[in-house]
Ligand binder design. Sequence first.
Ligand SMILES: [Zn+2]
Length: 101
Amino acid sequence: MSEYVKQEHINYEAIMDAYGGSYGQEWFFFFKCPACNEIYLYDKEIDIVFLNPIDLNTPHICQGPFSCTICGASSKNVLAAEVTLDEVKSSKWSWAIKAAV
Ligand SMILES: [Zn+2]
């Protein structure tokens, strides 16, 4: 089984470029919907979920349980829904993983 995504795998620079700059203390984490496996990018520092891998300017402020935009399932603890490197690499978020890993 593939390992889980770790901080060192995440290409912060690429994400900041896509977002249009840094906004402070980013702490990114990938998680997936427990029902349909859709993958999302979460920033723990400011508690927002980036819903769209091709447009980071459509974030979702995540106060309380997160609801999947695809299937509507909610996830009380997104930090528990870890995803593996292979899952992210085969998703639309593959660009946000460093090329070397
Ligand atoms: Zn879902």
